[in-house]
Ligand binder design. Sequence first.
Ligand code: ATP
Length: 298
Amino acid sequence: MLKVKNITKKYGELLAVDNLSFEVNDGEIFGLLGENGAGKTTTFRVIMGLLEPNNGEVLLNGKNIDYNVTDEIGFVTEERSLLTKLTVQEQIEFYGTLKGLTIEEIEKRLDKWLERFEIKSYKNRKIKELSKGNQQKVQFISAVIHEPKLLILDEPFTGLDPINVKLIKEAIIELKEKGCSIIFSSHQMEYIEDFCEKLIILVKGKPILEGNIDDIKENYAKKNILIRGNNLEINKLNNIKGVISINKVKGEYEIKIENKNVAPKIFEIVKEWDITKYDVVEPTLNEIFIESVGGIHE
Ligand code: ATP
C-alpha cells in the first residue's frame, strides 16, 4: 500500500503541491487529475524520491521510499526516458538488469510483452526507428518488466491511438488484478471514467475533489434528465425552479437540474406528453471536472 501523507512542495515561492494526502491499496488503480501545471508530475517526483518535499512523507508498505525500495517501483515519466540508439531488446535488458533480473528471465518476459503489444518484429530494431506509439509501448514494458508493486504512469495514454490505448489499459488492469498498485495522471477524463476506482482532482496543487468515482458522481448534486419523444413542448420546462439548462443533443433533450428533487416535478409534466424516453442520469466526470476547475478560477 502507498501512503502519501501531507506532502507540500514549493519551487521558490511557487506552491506546486499543497498539503496533499491519499492512499492507494494493493490492486487499486488511482487517478491523479488536473490541468497543465496542477502539480501531477511534481507529486510523482516526490513519490519516486526524485524530489525532496518541503513537508510530508511517502510510505510504500510502511517504509520510506529510498534506494532500498526502488526495485519495487516502475514508472513512465512525462519526459520519457528511452535510450533511442539501443534496440528494443538492449533497452529492456538494460532496465531489467538494473532491477536485478537475469538476462534469461528478461528475455522470457520481453517476448511475452512484445507478442501482447503486437510489436514482436521490432525486437532488434533501434528505438529511434519506432513510431511514437510503439516507443510508448516499449517505455511501458521497461516500467513493468520487473513486475513492480507500485506502478506510476505520468500521462501514459498521450499520443496513443484508441487501439493502443486499449492494449495498455488491458495490461494495466491485468497488473492490478495481480495486486500491483497503480497511479496514473491524466487531463483527459475519458481515460478515467471506466477505469480507475479512486481519484483526486488537483487545482494549483490542492485537491479539490477526491474519492471513489461512483461516490463522487452520486454526491454531486446536479443531475441530467434525458427526454425523447414527439411534439414536446419543451419550453414549458424552462419555468420549473431548479432547471439549469435545456439542450438538444442528438435528437433528445438534455435537461440539467440542480438536484434530484427537481426530477419528479419534471416527470409530473412530461408524463402527459408523447415521450419514448425519460432517464435521470449522473453527470459525466468531464462535466464535474470542468465545473470544479471552473469554480476555482472564478
Ligand atoms: P502538466 O500536465 O503540464 O505536466 P503537472 O500537473 O504535471 O502539469 P507540474 O509539472 O507538477 O504540473 O507543475 C506544477 C507547477 O510547478 C507549475 O506551475 C510548474 O510551472 C511548476 N514547476 C514544475 N517544475 C518546476 C521546476 N523545476 N522549477 C520551478 N517550477 C516548476
